[in-house]
Design a protein around this ligand. Structure first.
Ligand SMILES: Cc1ncc(COP(=O)(O)O)c(C=O)c1O
Length: 325
């Protein structure tokens, strides 16, 4: 396995790394396969989560390009937007966050925490998620017209540069797996905007991980396949590592439930099983659905080797069962 050298790429240090990997013995016994947890809920900024890793590279880029304000957007309960605003503050940048729809009457979950970041929050007044993309560009244009230099990041932070965070994580996991004697593990995760899986698939191409399986909680599988490969290819390009192939992209569909951001019945059951066996809380929109797919695959005898399940965070939405992400 080659070393990964990202030293020439600008990066801010935001996460407490490496995050732990540990066994899940009671869940393993329940499912009949060895299951391990990679604890990226413990990345250390805010309440943790996967988005801190891409933000290290995105804010490194902001520093390198002399940007003083971050512009991004999402739904009101997005982990991404809250953490992006928080990370921007930590690096001394202002932040403007665009949300689709209208400001809700009840301020809870990520929107409550977002208030603490002191970001400038804007609402599109339009219920479509895509309205955010338009507003982000408008805000950025206005800032440029005022002579400011914004760092513009799309929903979810899903860019090739952001995916470097999980290429780096793949190298970290490879080292930990070697030390713990875990071989041939399938890295299992919930996939939304595809940036996380993109980075991990770049890690497969670079020889750090044997297999990655993403459970889509938001987009159709076909769209995920395309986006993951595109982001993985972009990250590998930036890092000068081997290019990924389509065969490295595995997406499982069928676990979105009532919709993106909404808890599902299978997800709730999966989260309850993990809470009762391992004392770990899985967030309803992402990890709970990813775990539901893992439980179903294990019970159907479709997997027999070890699985490393990425606990990707989302603690603020544990208290919001009907959030708009
Ligand atoms: C807690 C959590 N897990 C998983 C994901 C999925 O990551 P990605 O958007 O990179 O696919 C997200 C995305 O927001 C998230 O907040």
């Amino acid at each position: 396995m080659a070393d990964l050298d990202l030293s020439r790429i600008a990066r801010e240090s935001l996460a407490l790394l490496p995050t732990p990997i540990h066994e899940a013995p009671r869940l393993s016994a329940e499912l009949g396969i060895p299951v391990w947890f990679k604890r990226d809920d413990l990345t250390g900024l805010g309440l943790g989560g996967n988005k801190i890793r891409p933000l290290e590279f995105l804010l490194g880029d902001a520093r390198a390009r002399g940007c003083h304000v971050l512009v991004t957007g999402s739904g009101a309960q997005s982990n991404w937007s809250m953490l992006a605003a928080l990370a921007a503050r930590r690096c001394g940048l202002d932040s403007i966050v665009c949300f689709y729809g209208d400001a809700p009457d009840e301020i809870r979950g990520n929107l409550l925490l977002q208030g603490l970041t002191g970001s400038d929050l804007r609402w599109t007044g339009d219920a479509s998620r895509a309205s955010v993309d338009v507003m982000i560009e408008q805000v950025a244009d206005d800032l440029r017209a005022q002579g400011r230099n914004p760092l513009v990041v799309p929903r979810g932070g899903a860019t090739a540069r952001g995916s470097l965070g999980y290429l780096n994580a793949a190298a970290e996991i490879a080292q930990q797996a070697a030390m713990l004697g875990i071989s041939d593990a399938n890295l299992w995760l919930a996939t939304g905007s595809c940036g996380t899986q993109g980075g991990l698939v770049a890690g497969v191409a670079a020889g750090f991980l044997p297999q990655v399986t993403g459970v889509t909680v938001s987009r159709p599988a076909e769209e995920c396949n395309r986006r993951v490969l595109e982001l993985a290819t972009g990250a590998a390009d930036l890092a000068a590592t081997s290019a990924p192939t389509p065969a490295m992209v595995n997406i499982i569909d069928g676990y979105i439930g009532p919709g993106y951001g909404y808890a599902s019945e299978e997800g709730n059951q999966a989260a309850a099983l993990v809470a009762r066996t391992e004392g770990l809380f899985l967030d309803p929109p992402f990890c709970a659905k990813g775990m539901a797919a893992l439980i179903a695959a294990a019970r159907a005898g479709q997997i027999d080797g070890p699985v490393i399940f990425l606990v990707s965070g989302g603690a603020p939405t544990l208290f919001v069962q009907d959030g708009a992400l």
